[in-house]
Design a binder for this molecule. Structure first.
Ligand SMILES: *[C@@H]1O[C@H](CO)[C@@H](O)[C@H](O)[C@H]1NC(C)=O
Ligand SMILES: *[C@@H]1O[C@H](CO)[C@@H](O)[C@H](O)[C@H]1NC(C)=O
Ligand SMILES: *[C@@H]1O[C@H](CO)[C@@H](O)[C@H](O)[C@H]1NC(C)=O
Ligand SMILES: *[C@@H]1O[C@H](CO)[C@@H](O)[C@H](O)[C@H]1NC(C)=O
Ligand SMILES: *[C@@H]1O[C@H](CO)[C@@H](O)[C@H](O)[C@H]1NC(C)=O
Ligand SMILES: *[C@@H]1O[C@H](CO)[C@@H](O)[C@H](O)[C@H]1NC(C)=O
Ligand SMILES: *[C@@H]1O[C@H](CO)[C@@H](O)[C@H](O)[C@H]1NC(C)=O
Ligand SMILES: *[C@@H]1O[C@H](CO)[C@@H](O)[C@H](O)[C@H]1NC(C)=O
Ligand SMILES: [Zn+2]
Length: 478
């Protein structure tokens, strides 16, 4: 009789405690950020992708992620880890010339290791390490470059021949080592490589996407085997999408411009043009009305929504091709059936975004986000202070289970404690009420457990008393 009466508050207290714990935002979080280069947002629906859908069902999915202009690999990967637009982080293209440094940067020649190009920003792995944590990067673009005199705690020097399995093995090793990382970064070159080669509309892209889905399946399996799956936040994203090109849609600069009047710093679909001394007007006029599918901007006229103006590495003239159009110097140059780099407002340029783990809601779909918002989200999860950035934590905090206002009514204790806090104050105020919640819950559970167990031992179950005697025997003999 008495034990039943005790059971009710016990269960209530336990429930309060567990919900309070699951809502606690500042638990030490582990994060693995994965980028499948060039994975367009709608590839998820091209062929069955059971592993991606498994993550979506157990986590969150954002349908439209607006990445940054230009929609190229290096600019966007640096945005993911800094939260800055290209003009602010300084990696404005895969191929650049900095007139102040008088230096070039080129992905084509892997001439990307000059620290000067990277130091207008501080990537998250450095901030994470300065806060006393450890980071590990498996081929993440730029993570093997010395930036502000440091590298990730662990990293693999870039080598595209290293298999996905070997990269995953390193990530697992770092997460499970004696001094484990709390932030892992994993990069894979496809489906970008094959997307360029085949064109995204090719039926042969089906098997390429299936292969990526299998790779994700492999990663999930390894994480489960390493007992990381339940306590790690896995974020799967990419840098940009891909659109179909065609030899019918080529813009040849040689048809409009004298080769001797300019230097072509970056080519397609955003041509970065540096006119020779005294040739600016001539080059601009020749190009401005050259082709209906080419929009030409003087640097100071580049649309504000691109946030692509205030950096010396952005050239005096840029010429942007319409979707699916290709800029070449002349037709004897290399041409690819798929490309990206176009206006970031185009859906076909958009990447995927999925996440699952203890910090994230389950089976939740969000319509849209900006890729700059990932950085403050990561900093929140890692419990580190953000550097100045262009994102907004508030715009993505609904992805998280702990700071979701709609979940709070489910728990009595937190409703009571947070009742007077306005939604916009959650960010600053969250820690204090949760601590009180946890403390109260713990005390209640502890008190009731002691009473309950004492009660059981004394009167209800004699067998337990026998067991106690047995347990204590070896101790007496010792
Ligand atoms: C978050 O970081 C602060 C110091 O910046 C530290 O006092 C606090 O304990 C950390 N929280 C967790 C859950 O690690
Ligand atoms: C820029 O560097 C090149 C060599 O890469 C050199 O020839 C040129 O003189 C330099 N220009 C200036 C202004 O220093
Ligand atoms: C790149 O990785 C491949 C496969 O692991 C290896 O055979 C090759 O030696 C590596 N190249 C360099 C430069 O380390
Ligand atoms: C290319 O230009 C033509 C003529 O202005 C236009 O009708 C067409 O829509 C453009 N193509 C794209 C993909 O914008
Ligand atoms: C086409 O452009 C390339 C690279 O700029 C150049 O080497 C080649 O001579 C050009 N071909 C013709 C036919 O002009
Ligand atoms: C996930 O959510 C959708 C609608 O948002 C719902 O139809 C579906 O049943 C949910 N699935 C699970 C496994 O909860
Ligand atoms: C993206 O950022 C812009 C401002 O930079 C903002 O107006 C817009 O609402 C943001 N989009 C989302 C989905 O949060
Ligand atoms: C982006 O953030 C940087 C760093 O805070 C700032 O200097 C820049 O003005 C911001 N850009 C925009 C468009 O707000
Ligand atoms: Zn890319």
């Amino acid at each position: 009789m008495t034990s039943k009466c005790l059971l009710v508050p016990f269960v209530l207290a336990a429930l309060t405690l567990s919900t309070t714990f699951s809502l606690q935002p500042d638990q030490q979080q582990k994060v693995l950020l994965v980028s499948f280069d060039g994975f367009r947002w709608d590839y998820l629906y091209k062929v069955p992708t059971p592993h991606f859908h498994y993550v979506m069902k157990h986590g969150v999915h954002v349908k439209q992620v607006t990445n940054i202009f230009i929609t190229k690999t290096y600019p966007n990967h640096y945005t993911l880890v800094t939260g800055l637009f290209a003009e602010s982080h300084g990696i404005v293209a895969n191929d650049m010339f900095d007139p102040i440094l008088n230096k070039s940067f080129s992905l084509d020649h892997m001439n990307i290791y000059d620290s000067d190009f990277w130091e207008e920003a501080t990537p998250i792995w450095i901030t994470n390490q300065r806060a006393g944590h450890a980071s590990g990067a498996a081929m993440w673009p730029g993570a093997d470059v010395r930036i502000h005199k440091s590298f990730p705690t662990h990293y693999m020097p870039y080598n595209e021949s290293v298999s996905f399995e070997d990269r995953v093995a390193k990530i697992i090793e770092w997460f499970t080592s004696k001094e484990p990382i709390n932030l892992g970064l994993l990069y894979w070159e496809d489906p970008d490589d094959m997307g360029h080669h085949l064109g995204p509309e090719s039926p042969l892209m089906g098997p390429v996407i299936s292969d990526i889905d299998n790779k994700l399946g492999y990663l999930i399996q390894r994480l489960k085997k390493a007992k990381l799956w339940n306590n790690l936040n896995l974020i799967i994203t990419s840098d940009h999408g891909m659109t179909q090109c065609s030899e019918e849609r080529v813009i040849e600069l040689d048809q409009y411009l004298d080769k001797d009047h300019y230097t072509l710093i970056d080519q397609s679909p955003v041509a970065a043009i540096l006119p020779k001394e005294g040739k600016f007007d001539e080059v601009y006029e020749a190009l401005a009305h050259a082709h209906p599918n080419l929009t030409v901007y003087k640097k100071e006229e580049i649309p504000g929504r691109w946030h692509y103006r205030y950096n010396s590495r952005i050239q005096p003239i840029i010429a942007v091709a319409d979707k699916g159009w290709y800029i070449l110097q002349n037709k004897s140059e290399d041409f690819m059936l798929g490309n990206h780099g176009y206006d970031n407002a185009l859906a076909e340029m958009h990447p995927i975004f999925l996440a699952q783990g203890p910090a994230f809601r389950k089976n939740f779909t969000k319509e849209a986000m900006n890729s700059t918002d990932l950085y403050p989200l990561l900093c929140h999860l890692l419990n580190i202070t953000t550097m100045p950035h262009n994102g907004s934590f508030r715009n993505v905090q609904d992805l998280l289970s702990s700071v979701t206002p709609s979940q709070i009514p489910y728990t009595q204790s937190t409703t009571l404690l947070l009742g007077s806090v306005r939604p916009e104050e959650y960010e600053q105020e969250e820690a204090y009420p949760y601590f009180i919640g946890v403390a109260l819950g713990s005390i209640i559970v502890l008190v009731f457990s002691v009473i309950f167990i004492k009660h059981l031992i004394r009167s209800q179950i004699p067998a337990l008393q026998d067991m106690q005697a047995e347990i204590s025997q070896p101790l007496l003999q010792a």
